[in-house]
Write a protein that binds this ligand. Structure first.
Ligand code: NAG
Ligand code: NAG
Ligand code: NAG
Ligand code: NAG
Ligand code: NAG
Ligand code: NAG
Ligand code: NAG
Ligand code: NAG
Ligand code: NAG
Ligand code: NAG
Ligand code: NAG
Length: 854
């Protein structure tokens, strides 16, 4: 039995514990945090968030900031009193944050007692404050009404459960993010230049009354409005709906981009999962005044237009450039520096409004008009067919240079132009400019050939359509046609016969089942019975023509097709050795299925050549969309042949089955992050998948395998860590015999694979470059960590100013801006690289492996 004194003691202990928890949650008037004491903090009840002083995370100064941080990680400050550097919340090392007896929350420097920031809540009845588990710090009155809160006064971050409304803004330096009354998200520079404006189409936005925005804990930005029956999804983080104890938040960074970040609890890090502006160089003012943005191998970089300019701050190129000889001190009118492949960014209101700076003039007039107009500092002649010339009279100019930009820009300078020394060659984009000419030749030749083939086919059809012998002749013609390269049309009956009633099933893939068959001319073939194709006969034939006109040693060849009623079948050449996955991932007992290093290397190279042909060399460039070992087939000599190309386009675009949450998970290992984030799909998405396959060819392990051996990390992530440690040997397939390996080739393949699986598409090389790197023709730099860089935007570039349309002629490797977007199902931008928007359609993601055609 407990004695009374024991019970009393227990009671006291319980009381004290209660009191402690109350103290942890509620801050009374007079409560103070001090910067000099690192342990001084106000924590949320579950300790997820804490209000404390942190160092300047940009490292620019020794200042302290009073901030609410997640998980005690100063890198994830979700709110900063007075705004983060450079916004003015900087305090000194003895600063204090105090809830004053009059209810005002004040941040004061210790040295001078001067006020740095205040909540301006004195005399409004504030009696206490608390930090809740969602990270909201609230000043309350006696009836617990919310007088002031950090959620209602955001700085540069939005977290889950925070409701961001039209009256609020995220601010970072010169940049400002806000939600417009029509539901659009906008980014402004200096409150004037709007360089990002995306969201709903006008029919949906005209109905909104009080829109608000939030980020769901699972990583989706949603728009709410009383007029909407259900919230609209505006953007997805690439890790959305993935489980784990992680905080996802939206942040306006000091580089002017709005991003979704994820931070795993306990990791002390954060990583980018979505960026509003996919092309960082399109952020106005990113490189400061007179600065020119371009890309080097690692990402965006800032420089000056020419050596007539110098950096304002040699340590920070983002601060911009200044002219060495001032125009005012110039004896003559000055000269114009000419920069090819450069635009001076022009956004509303400069591109609209009174239009005083926009002219429709030719190239030379664009140059000379600016020269003779005193306030004009530079001009851009858009080579996009509009004939527009933008003259810059403002004193802020923001440039973007890239080989993919056709426009030319001029800067007014004094004296002779002194161009920058040429950048180091080997830039990923550079290839496109010289490829243009051979490309045109190839197009002309192929169009001619195709024309002849079509003529032949139509003549043949015209002659024989009414012939009673039609069926019987088909087989003979098959042989003829097969030799000439045109696809043969088979009847359903013929194929039924050839496959003995679809008996010998080779595999089952996302597009349908594949059967082995023997054609009338004794050719062994693989017959694919397509499912889910609801396209018209005409369109199907067009796609078949495209596929069958795509011939390459490393592509599986289409022999013919059948289109009868609802039957759609494709007949391919038969590949004796089946698909690559059987060889890579088979267990050790089946050693007869082992491929030695030389064969693997040839398969890697062959696959790369096949894809290069699809991307860069053939007439209607094709993005494969589903590269994985199951779709790489091996002929009797173990030559690699890529299969299933061009099929993604056949799937009914309205069929969203293939892009839903659940189906995405299946072959996730090979899908580029832009798939998961609903970003534009370009040929760079194939590069990512290829990189994963290449890593698997070297390692014999699935890139997404997780095991104790890999520290419970995904194999591809573990592999990079080992490579980074200098232990690349650990990546190599243990089943390969050590002495037969060419280590130099292995290292090349490993480096190429890490380049290919970069999260940011622009960092991945184009396929032609991959071939060169594998062949050893091109040097390979050390690949950066595959996960780090920002990603593209769900909306793409929504600006309609003609300066942006300059980018629509960008080649396959450049970011493809998607057009408008209905918010709920953002479109796949273009499966066909280049300028073929009408061919863009929804693409297919297979949830099961596609064992077709072995
Ligand atoms: C903040 O800076 C001070 C020196 O200015 C240093 O002693 C302290 O360790 C830093 N704190 C963190 C969390 O980096
Ligand atoms: C407070 O101190 C910081 C760091 O020394 C300084 O940058 C800031 O200007 C000071 N603010 C005021 C209002 O004195
Ligand atoms: C607390 O604030 C609310 C809203 O401003 C007000 O209605 C209420 O009367 C206040 N309570 C006290 C005790 O002042
Ligand atoms: C967001 O806040 C506004 C204004 O305070 C409110 O009208 C709206 O209902 C809130 N929305 C959500 C989803 O909480
Ligand atoms: C942010 O930009 C918007 C433009 O939509 C402007 O109305 C607003 O005043 C800006 N906010 C701040 C605090 O500068
Ligand atoms: C920002 O805008 C203000 C007023 O609109 C202007 O005075 C200032 O010069 C601008 N800043 C820059 C860097 O152009
Ligand atoms: C809102 O954004 C869409 C693109 O997402 C654009 O088409 C539309 O013009 C924008 N609305 C306004 C009023 O700017
Ligand atoms: C807008 O609202 C009106 C009436 O509230 C309704 O008739 C109309 O269908 C709505 N339009 C859209 C695009 O939702
Ligand atoms: C690319 O530019 C960044 C930023 O200017 C710089 O830090 C980096 O060293 C550059 N990389 C190369 C390979 O030139
Ligand atoms: C120099 O500028 C003046 C006006 O600023 C103009 O009238 C004159 O034609 C210009 N001279 C030349 C050679 O362009
Ligand atoms: C506009 O958006 C609404 C709602 O998201 C959608 O139903 C409608 O089809 C869209 N209209 C166009 C032209 O994209």
């Amino acid at each position: 039995m407990m004695s009374y004194s024991q019970v009393f003691l227990l009671f006291v202990i319980i009381k004290i514990a209660n009191l402690a928890s109350v103290l942890a949650a509620d801050i009374q008037l007079g409560g103070t945090l001090s910067a000099s004491d690192p342990n001084s903090k106000w924590a949320s009840p579950d300790s997820t968030f804490s209000f404390t002083f942190i160092n300047d995370t940009s490292g620019a100064s020794s200042a302290k900031f009073a901030a609410i941080v997640y998980d005690n990680n100063p890198g994830v400050a979700i709110w900063v009193a007075g705004g983060a550097s450079p916004n003015g919340g900087a305090a000194d090392s003895t600063a204090t944050l105090r809830l004053m007896p009059n209810g005002n929350l004040e941040l004061r420097n210790g040295s001078s007692n001067s006020l740095v920031w205040e909540s301006s809540t004195s005399g409004r009845g504030v009696t206490s404050a608390s930090l809740d588990n969602s990270g909201n710090f609230v000043l309350k009155n006696a009836t617990v009404a919310n007088i002031w809160s950090t959620f209602r006064n955001p700085t540069d971050t939005i977290v889950p459960t925070q409701n961001f409304t039209v009256n609020e803004a995220l601010i970072n330096g010169m940049y400002n993010f806000s939600l417009q009354r029509n539901g659009n998200l906008t980014l402004y520079w200096n409150n004037t230049i709007m360089y990002y404006n995306a969201g709903l189409n006008s029919s949906a936005s005209s109905n909104l009354s009080l829109p608000s925005l939030s980020i769901l804990p699972i990583g989706i930005i949603q728009l709410f409005d009383p007029q909407l029956s259900s919230p609209l999804n505006l953007a997805y983080s690439s890790d959305y709906a993935e489980s784990g104890n992680r905080l996802r938040f939206v942040k306006l960074d000091n580089d002017g981009n709005l991003r979704i970040y994820s931070s795993d609890r306990g990791s002390g890090t954060k990583s980018v999962k979505w960026s509003a502006v996919s092309d960082q160089c399109l952020v106005f003012g990113y490189c400061g005044n007179m600065g020119v943005c371009s890309y080097n191998e690692t990402g965006p970089t800032c420089g000056c237009p020419s050596q007539n300019f110098e950096l304002v701050d040699a340590k920070d190129p983002r601060k911009g450039c200044k002219i060495k000889v001032d125009l005012q001190n110039c004896q003559t009118n000055g000269t114009m520096l000419e920069l090819d492949h450069t635009v001076l960014l022009t956004y509303p209101p400069e591109s609209k409004g009174d239009n005083t700076q926009v002219f429709s003039t030719g190239f030379q007039a664009c140059r000379s008009n600016c020269l003779s107009t005193a306030p004009c500092l530079g001009s851009t002649s858009l080579a996009d067919g509009t004939g527009f010339c933008y003259q810059k009279t403002t004193n802020f100019i923001s440039g973007y240079q890239s080989p993919a930009i056709p426009s030319t820009s001029f800067f007014k300078i004094c004296g002779q132009p002194e161009p920058n020394p040429p950048a180091n060659s080997g830039s990923v984009l550079e290839k496109n400019s010289w490829r243009l000419k051979p490309w045109i030749v190839v197009v002309v030749v192929l169009v001619t050939i195709l024309g002849l083939i079509l003529l032949e086919v139509s003549l043949w059809w015209w002659c024989f359509r009414d012939s009673p012998k039609f069926g019987g002749l088909s087989a003979q013609y098959a042989l003829l046609e097969y030799a000439s390269g045109a696809p043969v049309q088979f009847s359903y009956k013929e194929l039924q016969r050839a496959t003995k009633g679809f008996k010998d099933k080779l595999g089952e893939g996302g597009f349908g089942a594949v059967y082995k068959g023997v054609l009338a001319n004794r050719t062994v073939a693989a017959v694919k019975q397509l499912e889910g194709i609801e396209q018209g006969e005409k369109q199907f034939r067009m796609e078949v023509a495209t596929i069958s006109s795509t011939h390459h040693l490393n592509l599986v060849r289409l022999i013919g097709f059948c289109s009868e009623g609802r039957h759609r079948l494709l007949v391919y050449e038969f590949m004796k050795n089946g698909s690559l996955d059987k060889f890579l991932f088979s267990s050790e007992e089946q050693s007869q299925k082992m491929l030695n290093w030389e064969t693997r290397y040839n398969i890697a190279l062959g696959t790369a050549r096949g894809i290069t042909y699809l991307h860069e060399e053939c007439r209607d460039c094709i993005v494969h969309c589903d590269i994985k070992p199951e779709n790489i087939l091996l002929d009797e000599n173990y030559n690699a042949k890529v299969s299933d190309f061009g099929l993604a386009k056949l799937i009914n675009p309205k069929d969203h089955r293939y892009r839903t949450l659940t189906s995405v998970r299946g072959t996730r290992g090979y899908l580029a992050p832009e798939w998961l984030a609903n970003l534009p799909i370009t040929s760079k998405s194939d590069i990512y998948s290829y990189g994963m396959v290449l890593l698997e060819i070297v390692s014999g392990r699935r890139n997404f395998d997780v095991s104790a051996e890999t520290n419970n990390k995904k194999f591809s992530i573990w592999a990079y860590e080992e490579f980074d440690k200098g232990n690349a040997v650990a990546i190599i397939d243990p089943k390969l015999s050590r002495n037969g390996i060419d280590m130099e080739q292995v290292m090349r393949a490993i480096k190429v694979s890490f380049w290919c699986i970069q999260e940011q598409p622009s960092q991945r090389p184009v396929m032609g470059k991959v071939v060169q790197m594998l062949e050893g023709i091109t040097e390979i730099g050390k690949p950066p960590v595959p996960k780090s860089a920002p990603e593209g935007s769900i909306f793409g570039s929504s600006m309609t100013g003609s300066n942006i349309s300059a980018f629509s002629t960008m080649a396959a490797s450049a970011p493809v801006p998607s057009s408008t977007s209905s918010a709920q199902t953002p479109p796949v931008s273009s499966l066909v690289s280049g300028k073929n928007p009408e061919k863009a359609s929804s693409a297919l993601i297979q949830s099961e492996t596609d064992n077709a055609l072995q």
